[in-house]
Design a protein. Structure first.
Ligand code: UDX
Ligand code: UDX
Length: 434
């Protein structure tokens, strides 16, 4: 199939590369000339395991191209995906201005007699598809022949390529058999279960799925608080709950809370959507509250141990919102660093992939950036594990203890083994376990 994707960010670029990999002809569009130039020069603007190879291979095979021209891309493509950002507004509701703008851009370039499937891949509130279709109809002069489809994306950053190549399910929301058939053809090579629904249901699935996952995390974090109060071990409790196949062990990892560019925004959006529809989803407000308390409780433990944070040298391992990504957007690790800086601590940070973007976006100004985990820990009075990178778990405890001023570890991701850490003489504190 001939496909174009408007918006070459995390979702658009990875999707485009995977579509090309299974044999489709893909054009990735972006209005950022610098990004397109970079991609054309073979440079990948984001870090995502496996992506670089995939892009290079498919560009060489002429299956994947990049452009800034929506007109050219839409002209050459049977199916047009929209993957532009849908950022949150201050009240939590979704800013749909990029989607609306792209709908208008598509409308003016659609030619009569050229059938096109317009697919929304961005995470959008239920009923956005209807609005996209109305907008295209209104701004198109020649009575274009098109259908709108919703096809939400469930990829996780850090494992986006395998998530896309081997998805649990493909959701196709459409009201036209012709459009659904085109979508099924695109996804046939992925050999994944396909769920066909109406557009509204498909749109709702994305917000409901992400909110449920966040709910699972907040649930285990609330249980972790009870474990701390009672002396139980949240990891054991999570294992015990998770062995029930109806529940499952995934997304039951307690910690300093969920972050990233999806969960915080999607939960806030779902709350705003439900309010708008007159059926407030108050349970999700509690999910948000528990998530916020995890970081506050963690900082309280650090204050309790160090008493005054001002001028204390504290090392933080991790800046990204989770491992195996360079994404530092809405990262709880970044928030922790900022909280410590605000209290006057001297903070030294190390992250394997996140330091460049954190510097670029000026997220941790005032923090000292180290070249390795051990360098960050040099002379520190406490070490905080804020992101669960594997390389942190492989630390040489002996050397770490030698480098630190006082052997105090606060593990916000339950990454290290308490027994091992303590056997090396560390005072070790984590989440929901003694
Ligand atoms: C996507 C989705 O679109 C969002 O709805 C979902 O919730 C998360 O994933 P993401 O791919 O993470 O967003 O966004 P980003 O990495 O910011 O990339 C978006 C790209 O679209 C950028 O490269 C930007 O330059 C481009 N863009 C933006 C356009 O090409 N045209 C526009 O009008 C606006
Ligand atoms: C999420 C969804 O998983 C994905 O399906 C959707 O398309 C986009 O949003 P992503 O934001 O990339 O993906 O990361 P995810 O792995 O879901 O983690 C989100 C946050 O939750 C991270 O901050 C992570 O540290 C946290 N988390 C995850 C926990 O605190 N505990 C867990 O058990 C799992």
């Amino acid at each position: 199939m001939k496909i174009c994707i408007i918006g070459s960010g995390y979702v658009g670029l990875v999707s485009g590369a995977c579509f090309a990999e299974v044999g489709h002809d893909v054009i990735c569009v972006d209005n950022n000339q610098g990004k397109v130039d970079m991609l054309k020069a073979g440079k990948i603007p984001i870090y995502e395991p496996g992506l670089e190879d995939l892009v290079h291979r498919n560009v060489s095979a002429k299956k994947l191209q990049f452009t800034t021209s929506t007109e050219d891309a839409v002209d050459k493509s049977e199916v047009v995906f929209i993957a532009v950002p849908t950022p949150p507004q201050p009240d939590g509701s979704v800013d749909l201005s990029y989607i609306e703008k792209v709908a208008r851009e598509i409308a003016v370039v659609l030619k009569p007699g050229q059938y096109r499937v317009i697919v929304d891949k961005s995470t959008v509130p239920v009923r956005t598809g209807e609005k996209v279709a109305d907008t295209i109809r209104r701004y198109n002069k020649g009575g274009a022949d098109f259908d709108v489809v919703s096809n939400p994306e469930f990829l996780r950053e850090g494992c986006a390529v395998p998530d896309l190549m081997k998805p649990d399910r493909i959701v196709i929301g459409g009201n036209s058999e012709r459009a659904i058939a085109a979508m099924q053809k695109i996804y046939e090579p992925f050999m994944a279960p396909v769920l066909v629904t109406d557009i509204n249901s498909a749109e709702l699935i994305k917000h409901a799925a992400n909110s449920f996952l966040a709910l699972k995390i907040s649930y285990i974090n609330a249980v972790a608080q009870i474990c701390e109060a009672s002396g139980a071990d949240v990891e054991k409790v999570a294992d015990g709950i998770g062995m029930d196949r109806r529940i499952g062990r995934n997304f039951l990892n307690a910690g300093i809370g969920y972050g990233g560019s999806c969960f915080p925004k999607d939960i806030a959006a779902f709350i705003a959507i439900s309010d708008d529809l007159g059926v407030p989803f108050t349970l999700l407000k509690e999910v948000q509250r528990i998530n916020a308390t995890q970081r506050e409780r963690f900082l309280a433990k650090i204050r309790e141990a160090l008493w005054v944070l001002k001028e204390k040298k504290i090392a933080v391992w991790g800046l990204t919102f989770k491992p195996d990504t360079d994404d530092v957007r809405s990262s709880v690790a970044v928030d922790v660093v900022r909280d410590l800086l605000a209290e006057g601590a001297i903070v030294t940070v190390y992250d394997p992939k996140g330091m460049e973007k954190a510097t670029e976006y000026k997220l941790v100004e005032g923090a000292i950036l180290a070249n390795s985990p051990l360098e960050a820990a040099e002379g520190a009075e406490a070490l905080i594990v804020a992101t669960e990178w594997k390389e942190f778990a492989a630390v040489n405890f002996e050397e770490l203890k030698e480098r630190m001023h006082t052997p105090l570890i606060f593990d916000g991701r339950n990454l290290l083994d308490p027994v091992i850490a303590r056997s090396f003489g560390f005072t070790y504190t984590s989440i929901g376990r003694a």
